[in-house]
Structures are given as C-alpha cells and as structure tokens.
Design a protein. Structure first.
Length: 125
C-alpha cells in the first residue's frame, strides 16, 4: 500500500502542473493515509480534515433530498489563486484532496490523473 501511495504522490507532483499538495483520507474515520506538500506552510492533512466535513455535508444533503442513485464524484473549490479538488473514490470510502496553483493548472490533465488513481485507491486501500 505505501509503495502505491508513494508512486501516486510522485506522479501527481511530477505530472500535475501547479501541484501544491495532496492527501488521501478515509471518509468514515477521517484518517489520512498519505499526504505531501511542496509548501512548508501548507498542511494537507489539516486541509483534508476540514474538507472531510464538506464531503460529509454533501452526503447528508444527498440523503436528505432522497437523491437516489446519486454519489459524489468530485467537489471543486476555486479560490483566488488556487483550486482545491476533493475527488471521492468509486466505492465512496476514500477521498483525494488536491490543491493546485490556478495560474498553472491544467484541469483536464489533472482530472484524468485523479480518475486513474481514484479507481486504484478503492481497490488497494
């Protein structure tokens, strides 16, 4: 598992333009399995803890609204100079939190890489 997550982190850092930080966390417990940041003052585990609340709130809204057969694919938050992506695994048990510099990001490439890994995360964690 740790080799897979290390490779995942390196792939994102190398191939995602504007990469700032990433974390992989379990939705049920909030436990972070992997995190990495290129900025010393950006804590991706802390960011994941807050973004877990976003995921749980949306899951509760889906349930309250009786939106049958609806699941969260991803949540994108656009800040002044950053984009934060919360990508939920196919099995709904984990999420990838990714922060990128909005002036350098290529969202198409970023989503493609995240889609590849979120399928593997659901299988390997």
């Amino acid at each position: 598992m740790s080799d897979f997550l290390k490779q995942f982190g390196e792939d994102l850092k190398t191939n995602v333009p504007g990469f700032i930080a990433v974390s992989v966390a379990e939705i049920k417990s909030g436990m972070s399995f992997y995190s990495h940041s290129v900025l010393s003052d950006f804590d991706p585990e802390l960011a994941s803890a807050f973004n877990l609340e976003v995921v749980k709130a949306k899951m509760n809204a889906i349930k309250a609204l009786n939106l049958h057969n609806q699941e969260i694919d991803n949540v994108m938050i656009t800040l002044t100079s950053q984009i934060h992506i919360i990508d939920v695994s196919d099995n709904g048990e984990y999420f990838i939190y990714l922060a990128v510099d909005s002036t350098k990001a290529n969202l198409g490439m970023t989503k493609s890489i995240l889609n590849k890994y979120k399928k593997e995360i659901a299988q390997k964690l």
